[in-house]
Design a protein around this ligand. Structure first.
Ligand code: FMN
Length: 192
């Protein structure tokens, strides 16, 4: 594999379940978001909205919304205990944004057929751009499913009414080690 700055950032990106509380410098965060906006989109429609949670008010809202979602989910049966993690892996509660200073939620226009792909590509761009500044990320799945499923909830997050959340991730400086992700799977490429 040839290495250049871009490839090095892609390879350096890792998922974390725990972050240090250190703030991401404003200019770095703006650059990360701008990189998201430069992802390709079907017919260049750019059918996305980025909700960037950084304030104490936003974090508190996130915590209460996620706790309510978890309480609702618990009614369908208790979830199992969290899986044991290898030594060196720091896991912080999702409701506390895993300790990260930033949460970015990408929502996209449900009337646009390519919207889901467009939004996920934007998130990928942001994750890789972040890694170029040593800022790591962690996908949060519960949010993607449930955080904005009514007009009132969308309004809370500034999400336009016709939009749906397609990706959400925490961003910050990783705490502890990333999990060993092993080698890339073999046999996943066909050249014709
Ligand atoms: C669609 C998607 C869903 C994911 N869901 C979660 C999740 O719910 N919780 C979590 O901690 N990580 C989640 N991840 C992160 C993956 O576990 C991680 O990308 C994978 O283990 C590879 O590790 P790496 O990102 O460090 O290369 C998700 C990633 C993707 C792309």
């Amino acid at each position: 594999m040839i290495r250049n700055e871009t490839i090095s950032s892609i390879l350096a990106r890792r998922s974390f379940k725990g972050f240090k509380s250190d703030a991401i410098p404003e200019e770095v965060l703006e650059t990360i978001i701008e990189a998201g906006k430069y992802a390709p989109t079907g017919m260049n429609r750019q059918p996305w909205h980025f909700t960037v949670v950084t304030s104490e008010e936003g974090r508190t809202l996130f915590k209460s919304e996620i706790e309510a979602i978890m309480a609702e989910a618990a009614k369908n049966g208790p979830g199992g205990p969290p899986p044991a993690q290898p030594a060196g892996i720091v896991v912080k509660p999702e409701s506390e944004m895993r300790g990260a200073p930033v949460l970015i939620i990408v929502s996209t226009d449900k009337n646009v057929p390519t919207a889901f792909s467009d939004g996920v590509l934007a998130m990928g761009n942001m994750m890789n751009a972040a890694a170029s500044f040593d800022v790591m990320s962690g996908w949060t799945h519960m949010v993607v499913r449930s955080l904005a499923n009514t007009p009132d909830k969308k309004a809370l997050w500034g999400i336009p009414e016709e939009y749906e959340i397609c990706a959400a991730a925490f961003f910050g400086y990783g705490d502890g080690q990333p999990k060993d992700r092993g080698p890339r799977k073999e046999g996943t490429v066909t050249f014709k």
